[in-house]
Design a binder for this molecule. Structure first.
Ligand code: AMP
Ligand code: MG
Length: 404
């Protein structure tokens, strides 16, 4: 073991440094069929009003309010997509169906339930109000207004409104292309027999899932040995088609830990150690061509927690998300959260509802090798460094992963 040359950086400062050096990717147009989950790159504006014509909300008769209480002659029908082209003159009406254009001259629609019909005559009730039972032009969306803001993620409703306003394609941010690599001579492919001293490369799959969930397009490089030249070759080659590199393992101060010197030789290391538990050896570098690299620690929980704290917000910045961080909610601790003396700790908790409150309970041993502390966790609780524990009953902010 040798002492690390990298300064220990405060966890929040490290997170800011990462975001500062993370670029926003370019935009591309995609068809609506490919738009789900993507992030809008520009504000979307309605080219025209919605609805574009006065549109009946019910089945009934389009009439003039001045004819209320009268017996009217029915001139024709205005069905959805098949408008009645004439004018509703005094003493007349037009049959109208939901979605049909309210004809010229009419200023009200009477529901079919409220009239009596005999041949081509219809009797309408007294006291009709102008503008009832139909949508005026621009009631839903006025022409020229911003309908969706840059930075929103496109879901069903957003894609629906884009389609309704005539956008067959939408401008979205490119998805980050990530080269993902595990390092370590002890790693074997999952499913292959592990000899004594070997362990399955579980981080690859955990990080692949986390990256995909965060919108990345991942190139899985597999396992690189703890050998400087081989490691360098894999990394340099993969970077040709990647916006960022994510590695796990090989960032602590053991003599076989080669990722930091490699990143140092390929660019600038901005974060080499963090006052963070778990995840002290987390490493972040900028490389040439605007690329970035994350050296995540090998311990499974450390790699996923540093992913949450540093990588996920960066991936969201690359994709142009307006909201970079997980939602935060006030929760009441149901346990004493012991602080770490010199490092900010992200403890994993489950949440349960008690009345109007959310109560946080620890997921058990917070060892950085114990993935079960993260499986099923609803939130991360940030426990500031110091000799004070956060006592049971304290209200703290939780970083929400999923709600119970
Ligand atoms: P390192 O950061 O390389 O010193 O690794 C720290 C610990 O994490 C060691 O116990 C490793 O065996 C373990 N580890 C490293 N890489 C992986 C991986 N890909 N999957 C599961 N465990 C790993
Ligand atoms: Mg290692």
């Amino acid at each position: 073991m040798r002492a690390s040359a990298y300064p220990l950086i405060d966890a929040d400062d490290a997170a800011s440094l990462v975001l500062e050096h993370t670029p926003v990717l370019g935009a591309e147009n995609v068809a609506l069929a490919d738009a789900v989950g993507r992030v809008l790159a520009r504000d979307l504006v309605a080219g025209g009003p919605l609805p574009a014509f006065p549109s009946s909300a019910v089945d009934g008769y389009a009439v003039r309010t001045a004819d209320a209480g009268g017996v009217l002659r029915v001139l024709g029908e205005s069905a959805a997509g098949r408008p009645f082209e004439g004018t509703v003159a005094p003493g007349t009406a037009a049959r109208i169906l939901t979605g049909g254009v309210v004809p010229e001259g009419a200023d009200s629609v009477v529901m079919v339930e409220d009239v009596s019909v005999s041949g081509d005559q219809v009797t309408v009730p007294k006291g009709l109000l102008a503008g009832t039972n139909y949508h005026q032009v621009g009631d839903d969306v006025m022409a020229g207004v911003q309908i969706l803001r840059a930075g929103v993620q496109l879901g069903a409703a957003e894609i629906g409104i884009a389609a309704a306003t005539g956008h067959a394609q939408v401008p979205v941010r490119k998805r980050p292309r990530i080269a993902l690599m595990s390092t370590g001579d002890e790693l074997v492919e999952v499913g292959k027999e592990a000899r004594r001293g070997q362990i399955p490369d579980s981080n690859r799959w955990a990080l692949l899932a986390a990256l995909r969930e965060a919108g990345a397009d991942v190139n899985v490089l597999g396992i690189a040995p703890d050998e400087a030249r081989a490691l360098r070759e894999v990394v340099v080659d993969s970077l040709q088609h990647a916006d960022a590199l994510v590695t796990s393992g090989g960032v602590s101060v053991g003599t076989h830990d080669l990722v930091k010197p490699l990143l140092e030789s390929l660019g600038s290391v901005h974060v080499g150690r963090v006052k963070l538990k778990p995840g002290k050896p987390f490493t972040f570098a900028t490389l040439e061509g605007g690329r970035i690299a994350f050296g995540l620690p090998g311990f499974p929980v450390s790699s996923l927690v540093t992913f949450e704290v540093f990588v996920r917000p960066a991936l969201r910045k690359m994709q142009g998300f307006a909201q970079l961080h997980r939602p935060r909610l006030a929760v009441r601790l149901g346990y004493d959260a012991r602080a770490s003396a010199d490092r900010t700790e992200y403890q994993r908790v489950t949440l349960r509802r008690e009345g109007r409150e959310l109560i946080a309970e620890t997921t058990g041993s917070q060892s950085s090798s114990r993935l079960l502390s993260l499986a099923g966790a609803h939130a991360l609780i940030k426990v500031p460094a110091g000799d004070q524990s956060l006592k049971s009953g304290t209200v703290v902010e939780a970083m929400i992963l999923s709600l119970p």
